[in-house]
Design a protein around this ligand. Structure first.
Ligand code: 5GP
Length: 186
């Protein structure tokens, strides 16, 4: 893959950094209200959800614990899902009896979340809900109930705020789309 040019490669900004921060603050306030009087375990899925998790947890005013999982659904620089989900890193603590919220970057086909929900339900949490920053409903293959949603976006392959193309562009502070030539040059 060629060396990315972070500013020149971006064709469109879909969600600005300011809009992300406003939405994350709203979600944090809603979660703090909905889970008031309880403790919440945030389970985030690396690597894409890392900035969202880091920002969201600081907008929540009730006691939280965090845990991190890593799963793989795409290989390399591909923009197509394989439908195959592998756990690369499992939870480090038990979630038995706990209120758990999965913090995800984006729900596309839904295959990753569908697998993860079944896997985590098997670990006997008291409750299990989903908070996703981005929802791309056009490509959904399995039905997913998203309890907390940031933005609904069109069917385009996006990068930034944790999301990558070929492992790059995760550090862009906004959600954007790359120039078509860039996707073709890997
Ligand atoms: P799903 O299993 O819902 O199809 O895909 C979930 C995962 O695929 C996300 O966590 C993310 O890693 C990746 N993904 C889906 N759509 C996009 C996209 O538009 N851009 C990027 N960079 N990754 C995506």
């Amino acid at each position: 893959m060629r060396t990315p040019d972070l500013s020149a490669d971006v064709a469109d900004v879909l969600v600005t950094a300011a809009d992300i921060q406003t939405k994350v603050a709203e979600l944090g306030a809603t979660l703090s209200r909905d889970y008031a009087g309880r403790e919440l375990t945030l389970v985030s899925v690396l690597k894409g959800a890392l900035p969202f998790m880091a920002d969201l947890m600081r907008q929540i005013t009730i006691p939280v614990q965090i845990d991190l999982m890593e799963v793989s659904s795409y290989g390399g620089a591909s923009t197509e899902t394989s439908g195959l989900v592998r756990i690369l890193k499992d939870l480090s603590s038990s979630i038995d009896g706990r209120d758990v919220l999965i913090v995800e970057d984006i729900i596309d086909t839904g295959l990753t979340l569908n697998y993860l929900m079944r896997y985590l339900r098997g670990k006997n949490p008291r409750s299990l809900k989903i908070c996703a920053l981005l929802d791309k409903p056009a490509r959904r293959l399995v039905e997913i109930d998203i309890d907390y949603r940031g933005f609904t976006i069109p069917d385009r392959f996006v990068v930034g705020y944790g999301l990558d193309y070929g492992e790059f562009y995760r550090n862009l502070p906004f959600i954007g789309v790359l120039r078509p030539e860039v996707y073709g040059e890997s």
